[in-house]
Design a protein around this ligand. Sequence first.
Ligand SMILES: [Mg+2]
Length: 232
Amino acid sequence: MQLRFDGVAFDLDHTLLVDNRLERVALLDLIVRIDASGAPMRLSLDRAGIVADEELFRYRNEGVDLDSMLRRFVERCGGSGGEAWVPWFRQRALDLVPRMVLPMPAAGRVLPALAEANLRIAALSNGPSPLQERKAAQIGFYYPVLTSEQIGSSKPDPAAFELLATTMGLEAERIAYVGDDPYMDIAGALEAGFAGIWFDGGSKPYPADIPPPTATILSLDELLPLLAKPAV
Ligand SMILES: [Mg+2]
């Protein structure tokens, strides 16, 4: 089979897998632990969940580091010393992976088919190491995984995509990048010279203020036919 591309690279969260917000669960568990350790937190976990969502958003999207995120989260919940829980939080998130991470439907059959078709495969994810690697391994993704924490740049920065192409040993235009986030994944990939394949998760329409994706899919099953050259 002739292919239009030589490589395919993936976003992880909401593209190849869902983690059912395991870092949020780890944050709420942290509140329970601190409360049980003799420092009463005096708030409901529902209220702590609202704070957790806000702080995780800043952590993921605004470059806030883990120490600062935990310090702010615990302070906003009425405690102190959250940064001292960084090792515990990292381990707790890792421990939650087997119970909470689910592969996206079709990932288990599509990834081997792509490899069988001689496409090089990798992932580029905004997130911490080794959590993102552990999540990838949980769904049987044993190809290279680049994380923003590891490489020091985040999507949509073209530098992150350029490092991805280097890792894959391919020119950017020979790689299709697949992701669910129009701004982080598709706009970033297109700017770096990749094809951008938008995995439409159904929650929002594609925004009109950025370049359109090279193609849109509703299921990972659509990938192999899309990447294959038309029969001649
Ligand atoms: Mg995603």
